[in-house]
Every structure is written in structure tokens, then in C-alpha cells.
Design a protein. Structure first.
Length: 338
């Protein structure tokens, strides 16, 4: 077994095409993981709220985006028109989920800031179950898939994904243009959050409210409203992640998507360090690359265990907790905000 793995690793390292393809796939997966986890780490790092409803927001984003894309995109549309519709849908989903996050924060989460974390965990877990079952009632129990709406939720990728985002090749590197698009969105997500926290006046208010709430209030900063904005942005990012997952062949649109994205998101947040956005970026890269290696090992027959991706990801979590219990960039107490 060890010899088989060693031979496979040598073949990968000595094959520039395969190695480059794995790197591109790893970067694409890392970008997806970053988009999924960044909203979660933003809410925890700035508000110390563990949001178990995060996966449900992503699932809702995928369903809303799928419905809009299936309704608006037709076979005769060109690449530019489809991408314009996609960007509009992305912005709309972000706004809708940010609005939902605002409502939940104002009406429910805000009441528990002064209570121990277990209260917030139970609350957000209950919100997650409620949102998941509500969507299940809509798309399964109400027979929306085959009813008058006639939306086949399993097919938005097949029906709306432009052919220009399909397979491509540059020199000896094989990839898909969708992977490059995912990498671009991941980079924009990282830059956007960093710029918001470090280069905007409101980002300064957010960090001030986290570091010293009493002093921020004395300086006239509305800390409560600031936290509401943070929760809304984190919720919106979670929904926006669902929009791109709608097109990715490894995810798709389904109610179980809520749990499927929540587990790796928590792994990344914990490995990177609770509340550290820098740690989330690094952990996303690590998990994405390891995931890509696991996929390569299975598809090439080096490893025949179907759950190798999940096994390797959670192995990273266990090893990190043993060696660095606070994560790669975790600090005592609240996470950093840089």
C-alpha cells in the first residue's frame, strides 16, 4: 500500500500536466471553501457568535439563484448576457440573504449577546433546522419540482452554464474556465472583506466595537447597529457562495447542501484559528489542496476509498487541534481582524 502511494506520488510530481491540473483544482476548491467559510469566520471573529445557520443561508442562496437562472436564462443567450444575468443574480441573492440575516439578528440573536455561547449555538441550530425544513416543504412536500413551477433543481448547471466555462487547456495544463472563474470570485471575496475591515471607515467602527465596546460607545459609535451590519454581510456572503455552488459539479442544489457546506466551513474556521480571517484564507488553501490531492488519488486508482476527501480534511482538523489547539493563527480570546 505504501509503495503504491509512493509510486503514485512520484508519477504526479514527474507529470507537469497532472501536477498543474491538481494545483488549479486545489485553488478552485480553496476559493469555494473560502467563500463558504468567510462569512462564518467574519461573524464569529467580530461578534463571537457561532452561527450554525450559516449552511442554511448557503443552501437558500443556491435555490434562489437556481430558480432565477432557470427562469431568466434561455438557450439562445450569449456568454456575455448569461454572465450579466449571473452577476445580477449574485448581487440580488447577497441582498436577500443579508436582509434575512438582519431580521434574524435584530429579532433573535441580539437578545443573547450577554448570555453564554451555548445559548447562541442552540438558537442558531434551531434556526438552521427551521430554514432547512421550510425549504424541504417547498421543494419536496409541495412537489414544486414537478408541479406548476416546473423547476428541475438538479439541472441548473446543465441548462444555464455557458459552454465557454467548460473544459480548456493552456500549454500542458488542463482545467475548466469555471475553475478560473471560481478562483477569481474567491480572490475578490478575500480582497473585499480585507478592504472592508481595514480600509473603510465603517470597518474601523466594527473593529473598534469589538476591541473596546464601551470606548466605542463613548465615541458615538452605534455598536449594536455595527454588529447588525456584520451579521448581514456574513449572511449575504454565505448566500453568495451558494450561487457559485449551483454551477459547480461537485455540489449542486439540494436541501442537504446546508449540512454539506457547514462541516468543511467549521473545519476551515477551526484550523485557521477561530475568528482569524487570515487563518481562514490559509486554511482554505490547505484544505482545498488536500481535497484536490484526495480527488486525484481516487480518480487515478492510487486510493480506492470513496471517502478519501472527507477523511483527509478531518485528519487535518484532528492534527491541527493536537498540535495547535487554537488553530494556525488563533489568538487567546477574540480572533484577529487583519
Amino acid at each position: 500500500m505504501i509503495d503504491h502511494l509512493a509510486l503514485g506520488a512520484i508519477d504526479l510530481l514527474t507529470s507537469p500536466g497532472d501536477f498543474s491540473s491538481v494545483i488549479v483544482e486545489g485553488l478552485a476548491k480553496a476559493s469555494l471553501y473560502l467563500m463558504i467559510a468567510s462569512g462564518l469566520t467574519l461573524i464569529f471573529g467580530l461578534m463571537d457568535v457561532i452561527n450554525f445557520a450559516h449552511g442554511a443561508f448557503t443552501m437558500y442562496g443556491a435555490y434562489i439563484a437556481a430558480g432565477l437562472m432557470l427562469a431568466l436564462v434561455t438557450a439562445g443567450m450569449g456568454f456575455g448576457t448569461v454572465m450579466f444575468v449571473f452577476i445580477v443574480v449574485l448581487a440580488l441573492v447577497f441582498g436577500l440573504l443579508a436582509g434575512l440575516g438582519t431580521i434574524l439578528e435584530v429579532t433573535l440573536v441580539r437578545r443573547l449577546y450577554e448570555y453564554p455561547p451555548i445559548y447562541q449555538i442552540l438558537l442558531t441550530f434551531g434556526i438552521a433546522i427551521t430554514l432547512e425544513q421550510f425549504m424541504r416543504m417547498i421543494v419536496e412536500f409541495r412537489n414544486i419540482n414537478n408541479g406548476q413551477w416546473n423547476f428541475d433543481w438538479a439541472s441548473p448547471r446543465r441548462q444555464t452554464l455557458p459552454s465557454e466555462l467548460g473544459d480548456a487547456e493552456l500549454f500542458f495544463i488542463q482545467f475548466t474556465n469555471l475553475q478560473l472563474f471560481e478562483i477569481l470570485l474567491g480572490a475578490l471575496t478575500a480582497v473585499g472583506i480585507w478592504a472592508f475591515l481595514n480600509k473603510t471607515r465603517y470597518g474601523l467602527f466594527v473593529r473598534a466595537g469589538v476591541e473596546d465596546e464601551e470606548m466605542a460607545k463613548a465615541l458615538g459609535i452605534n455598536v449594536q447597529r455595527t454588529f447588525t451590519v456584520v451579521f448581514a454581510i456574513g449572511s449575504g456572503i454565505a448566500g453568495a457562495a451558494g450561487v457559485i455552488l449551483m454551477w459547480d459539479p461537485l455540489w449542486g442544489v439540494s436541501v442537504p447542501l446546508a449540512l454539506d457546506v457547514l462541516l468543511p466551513a467549521f473545519v476551515i474556521v477551526i484550523v485557521g484559528g477561530l475568528g482569524s480571517f487570515k487563518g481562514t484564507i490559509v486554511a482554505s488553501l490547505v484544505v482545498g489542496m488536500i481535497d484536490a490531492l484526495g480527488t486525484w488519488a481516487f480518480t487515478t486508482g492510487v486510493i480506492q476509498f470513496t471517502g478519501i476527501d472527507e477523511l483527509m480534511i478531518f485528519t487535518i482538523l484532528v492534527v491541527t487541534l493536537i498540535l495547535r489547539p487554537r488553530g494556525l493563527f488563533g489568538v487567546e480570546g477574540m480572533g484577529d481582524h487583519g
